[in-house]
Design a protein around this ligand. Structure first.
Ligand code: NAD
Length: 239
């Protein structure tokens, strides 16, 4: 039997890959994110209406990052990138830093990063580990209030879209991990892959996502089990 050899692998990840590290998913807990309706913490309108509450919410989420570690699923993807002879790109919807901590280098954060903030005046982006508030001045232009989380909120345009589209066009394997398939544009990537008809597609998730019928191959279970098993099989097959 001919073993498929994939050159360009694109991996889309969502909150489910970080769940077993201890970070809550978007729609866990009865549709709430850490007890909040997402529209109250993840929209530009919410930030305009109540910046104090939104800063507080992301300050808490940022603190969470210092309590968690990458799990075997993140580590398996880093191993894949290190051993695969072609290209591996992780396109993540996650705003945590667990892929990088696991050792992945080629990571595009389409929804931004918790450990960065941006100035609303001069648009400069800064690495940021502490809290933010409306009392802080921009370290560059000194505007105040100025800083906001470097997160893509609902109704905002995701980052790196051109690069992601090029990666999807050249992919011959597309793997979607731990995402509900409910947040666009990421939820539409599988339709793009299908319409080009070139890449094999795989869904790895706890349960079938909204787009599950579009995937050629599906495996359901906890990410820490099914992702390392998938990566080991792939590396064995493709050498
Ligand atoms: P989601 O919460 O909508 O869906 C999570 C998916 O992961 C679900 O389909 C669920 O069945 C699956 N899942 C849960 N536990 C799992 C496990 N142990 N193993 C495998 N799969 C598991 O998440 P999404 O689709 O990524 O939603 C997108 C938004 O959530 C993004 O905008 C992202 O910024 C935000 N978010 C990110 C984080 C993070 O950075 N860790 C956390 C919460 C929310």
């Amino acid at each position: 039997m001919k073993v498929p050899h994939y050159q360009n692998i694109v991996i889309l990840t969502g909150a489910g890959i970080s769940a077993e590290s201890g970070l809550a998913t978007f729609r866990g807990d009865g549709g709430l994110w850490e007890g909040h309706n997402v529209m109250d913490v993840a929209t530009p309108e919410a930030f305009r209406r109540d910046p104090v509450m939104v800063h507080r919410f992301y300050n808490e989420r940022r603190k969470d990052l210092f309590k968690v570690k990458p799990n075997p699923a993140h580590k398996a993807l880093a191993r894949l990138e290190g051993k695969h002879k072609g290209e591996v790109i992780i396109v993540t919807q996650n705003i945590d830093n667990l892929h990088q901590l696991a050792g992945s280098k080629n990571v595009l954060h389409m929804h931004g990063e918790m450990l960065k903030v941006r100035c609303r005046q001069c648009h400069q982006v800064f690495d940021w580990e502490g809290d933010t508030s409306e009392h802080l001045a921009c370290p560059s232009c000194q505007a105040k209030p100025a800083l906001r989380p470097h997160i893509v909120w609902f109704n905002e345009v995701p980052f790196h879209m051109e690069e992601i589209e090029v990666a999807l066009y050249t992919a011959d394997l597309f793997v979607s991990i731990g995402t509900s398939g409910a947040v666009y544009p990421a939820a539409g990537f599988i339709s793009m892959i299908r319409s080009m008809g070139k890449a094999h597609s795989v869904e790895l998730n706890l349960e079938p996502s909204e787009g599950q019928s579009l995937f050629a191959e599906t495996h359901y279970g906890k990410a820490t089990k099914i992702v390392p098993a998938f990566v080991d099989k792939l590396l064995k097959e493709t050498g």
